[in-house]
Write a protein that binds this ligand. Sequence first.
Ligand SMILES: O=P(O)(O)O[C@@H]1C[C@H](O)[C@@H](CO)O1
Length: 289
Amino acid sequence: MFPESTTGSCYEECKSTAEWLLAQMEVRPLLGIVCGSGLGGLAEMLKDQVVFRYEDIPNFPQSTVRGHAGRLVFGTLKGKPCVCMQGRFHLYEGYPVQKTTLPMRIFKLLGVEMVILTNAAGGLNEDYKVGDIMIIKDHINMPGFAGVNPLAGQNDERFGVRFPCMSDAYDRDLRQLAQDVGEELGYKDFLREGVYCVLGGPSFETIAECRMLYRLGADAVGMSTVHEVIVARHCGMRVFALSLITNKAVMDYNSEEKANHEEVLQTGKQRAEQLEKLVSSMVSRIKHN
Ligand SMILES: O=P(O)(O)O[C@@H]1C[C@H](O)[C@@H](CO)O1
């Protein structure tokens, strides 16, 4: 027997939620989008919207964080059928990791083939500036080192294999497409590619922690995305992910800077338009199988 907390995203539960959603509307999404803190405007790009509040969706967790509206938006983006999470779930909200990633399995059962995830993150890399957009090329699952992995517990082969590979988690072709589109849009000065490290939050990092993470190879630090990516890859969806560098991680004991959620949301507002343009231009060029 596996403990209760590992059963937060079982096949039957996900299937009944997916079937409930499919019965309410005609959209059959091929693309899933997850909006990070303050980046919910991405959902507004969808045409012919059908919107569900999380509280009305069976088995769905609730958003509790400012900047995460708690709405599942269906529609089309550049003519492609999409589902967009306007608000995601984080470990620090108190959900078991399996519950925070449940929407990825629901996406899969809705027919989604590819997921685009966004997040707000602190920049560890000394070359990064506030407002940079970082294409995620790899991740460090820090809670995973302590056994916090959304795939822990009994494996359901209907979703994927027991031991999924993660060295190819972030789709190389989609990363290249983002670079090409970014260059065409004139974003070269603020488009980066790097490694994202997830921590549990909700407290921001200490100076010593930031220094350590940078030395370990992380370019940005945040509190999300990685677990969703693990579950999305486990069930065979292609993944592309972006971090908006909303603040610089404090690395210097003489600094007076203090990380705060206001700054995170503010930077999100300032870069929203470019981030949306990058995502929508990519989507217009993505080919589905
Ligand atoms: O959902 P994301 O990862 O974008 O949210 C980040 C991490 C915390 O939830 C919050 C801190 O300001 O923003």
